[in-house]
Design a protein around this ligand. Structure first.
Ligand SMILES: Nc1ncnc2c1ncn2[C@@H]1O[C@H](COP(=O)(O)OP(=O)(O)O)[C@@H](O)[C@H]1O
Ligand SMILES: [Mg+2]
Length: 248
């Protein structure tokens, strides 16, 4: 399977704090990787390094087999890596279609927005990722949507932007069970389209359900990388995490 992205022995320091210590991780095409770890373990630093917000102090970033230099957020996006941050807001007063196309509208050569086409495309995208309610269509305002559905709009936007790897930072925090289920369905549909997802969370049950593989971070170090077949239950994953932290 093709590796979309790989971090090799990446170290990132903030003054005296080593937020990442020789961390290595990869995401293959079409898989969902769950990144877990306690508060302060380095999860956000890891994804910010991966998407070019921070430059690593040491180590390599490899994209589809090629080592990259001077990695930036723009280059990451151009390489098909999109992040859906918890609170990087959609515009709730605006419609779903507006939020999906924001800044990248389909236009005629003389500049007018191709509104009908955008609505059609937005409807196709939200159906593809799993919006089933007849009450919602591309012209509905985002303000009318539930928390899970908003995540769905952000994912649809990432897909419209040609994302091959979508990074979700704690997407199910503060969501009800029902809403969490919706997000899982969106993630599963992303996977069905052979795209990849890096799913960050500290709710082990959520991460367990949705992931094909787990990466456990502890104090900046990747302490485990496991396939789902190696872990029989979320309880087992939880235990492994606890034991690791104790040993450290
Ligand atoms: N911009 C920053 N400046 C200084 N220290 C930071 C910065 N970002 C993160 N850290 C520190 O790095 C460590 C890892 O943080 P973070 O990556 O946010 O962990 P997580 O997302 O797993 O909770 C923490 O000790 C945190 O305080
Ligand atoms: Mg974080």
């Amino acid at each position: 399977m093709e590796k979309i992205i790989e971090l090799k022995n990446v170290t990132k320091r903030f003054g005296g704090i080593t937020a990442l210590n020789k961390a290595s991780l990869h995401v293959d095409q079409g898989e969902v990787v769950g990144l877990i770890g306690d508060n302060g373990a380095g999860k956000s630093t890891l994804i910010k390094t991966l998407v070019g917000v921070y430059g690593p102090d040491e180590g390599e970033i490899v994209i589809r087999g090629k080592k990259v230099f001077n990695w930036t957020a723009l280059k990451a996006r151009e390489s098909g890596i999109e992040t859906v941050f918890q609170d990087r807001a959609l515009c709730p007063q605006q419609s779903i279609v507006w939020n999906i196309f924001m800044g990248k509208e389909l236009r005629y050569p003389f500049g007018f927005v191709r509104e009908k086409e955008q609505v059609k495309e937005a409807n196709r995208l939200i159906r593809e990722i799993g919006f089933t309610s007849k009450l919602i269509d591309a012209e509905s305002p985002v303000g009318n949507l539930s928390g899970g559905e908003r995540q769905g709009v952000a994912i649809a936007r990432a897909i419209y932007n040609n994302a091959e790897l979508i990074i979700l930072d704690e997407p199910t925090n503060a969501l009800s069970l029902n809403e969490t289920q919706k997000v899982f369905e969106f993630v599963n549909n992303v996977k069905k389209s052979n795209r990849s997802v890096l799913f960050i969370g500290h709710n082990i049950y959520h991460v367990y359900d949705i992931s094909d593989r787990f990466v456990i971070l502890d104090r900046g170090e990747v302490v485990h990388q496991l396939n789902k077949e190696e872990i029989k239950s979320p309880e087992e994953l939880m235990k492994l995490m606890r034991d690791t932290i104790k040993k450290h």
